[in-house]
Design a protein around this ligand. Structure first.
Ligand code: AMP
Length: 316
């Protein structure tokens, strides 16, 4: 019988201990790379760990389902979790430590009671969380429309994690393209001494972008969700061959193909791949084609999938 693997990687849950761990590495002359995640790891996450290893001596990953980036009606409660398997995967991938600040990242407010433990100022609670990081323009549009609190939650928690882990390098996936551009801008604007690396999207063999949320798709939705990557591949070819270059026409066609497969489209947008400004002609610059759509879940409700492709050359 195969031996059960043991978790030997340090699992750090306290902020002070995490900071002390990183500072110890630095005192020993080592550089630290950081990969923040929400867990339920797949090959996409592990590709970030691989990249992190090539940019620093020591890699720290975090697993934290950040309550402040979910609205009340979103999937915080049903977000898939598998911490034991995650720890073993991070260990096998060569991480030096896992930071799991469950319940300890935000000041605890007694009686918050909704599982998030984060009470904002709007609650009127005297001990609420008041300080937020907002990246003013880049948080608008795309995912910022249907998820108005999302990027404020992301920028704030990433700032907190950066202050706790104190990395030299942090690695993000281009799967969350708007997030990658926003963190890159935040680091520039606020002078964080951290290099941000963006890594390409890892896909399943059939083209579906890997995501922890794919586990919640019904078999039928899993098949229908392929319409996203297939429609984007059509757009990429259409632009490369100059069959279609109008952003509005490409967006309409991609939207139609996903809707025909049973998806409910949140947005299909073409943006300048570097600064995310709106564009009219997809062939005039490196253009991001970004999609978000809901498909029925296998349990209850829907699963919101995001994906993107760059038509032309990526920004550095
Ligand atoms: P998450 O756990 O979904 O918050 O993702 C943690 C990090 O992994 C983020 O930087 C994501 O962009 C990245 N990531 C998620 N899925 C993929 C993927 N399919 N390919 C590459 N990176 C990914």
């Amino acid at each position: 019988m195969a031996e059960q693997q043991q978790v030997t990687i340090p699992v750090i849950t306290k902020k002070d201990e995490m900071r002390a761990f990183s500072r110890k590495q630095k005192l020993a002359g080592k550089t630290v790379a950081f990969v923040p995640t929400m867990g339920y790891l797949h090959e996409g996450h592990l590709s970030l760990i691989e990249a992190a290893k090539s940019h620093a001596d020591v890699v720290v990953a975090s697993i934290y389902v950040n309550p402040t980036q979910f609205s009340a009606n979103e999937d915080f409660d049903v977000y898939p979790r598998n911490p034991d398997s995650d720890r073993l995967q991070l260990q096998a991938a060569g991480c030096a430590a896992v930071f799991e600040p469950e319940g300890s990242l935000y000041h605890q407010v007694p009686g918050a009671g909704d599982g998030s433990n984060v009470v904002g100022r709007e609650s009127g609670h005297p001990d609420s969380h008041e300080t937020w990081v907002t990246v003013e323009r880049l948080q608008q549009g795309l995912c910022g429309v249907s998820r108005p609190h999302f990027f404020r939650g992301v920028a704030t928690v990433v700032t907190k994690l950066f202050h706790i882990v104190e990395p030299d390098v942090a690695v993000f996936g281009q799967k969350d393209y708007q997030q990658w551009r926003l963190i890159t801008r935040m680091v520039r604007d606020l002078d964080f001494p951290i290099s941000i690396i963006g890594m390409p999207i890892c896909r399943e063999n059939d083209g579906l972008a890997m995501s922890s949320r794919n586990a919640r798709l019904s078999p039928e939705s899993r098949a229908n969700a392929l319409s996203i990557s297939q429609a984007m591949a059509w757009a990429q070819q259409a632009v490369a061959q100059r069959q279609a270059t109008s952003a509005a026409a490409i967006a309409a066609e991609v939207r139609q193909r996903i809707t025909a497969a049973g998806g409910e489209v949140d947005y299909v947008q073409l943006r300048d791949a570097d600064n995310l400004h709106e564009v009219a002609d997809a062939a005039a610059q490196a253009t991001l084609l970004a999609v978000a759509a809901w498909f029925p879940a296998k349990d209850r409700g829907t699963v919101r999938l995001i994906d993107n492709m760059v038509l032309g050359q990526l920004p550095s």
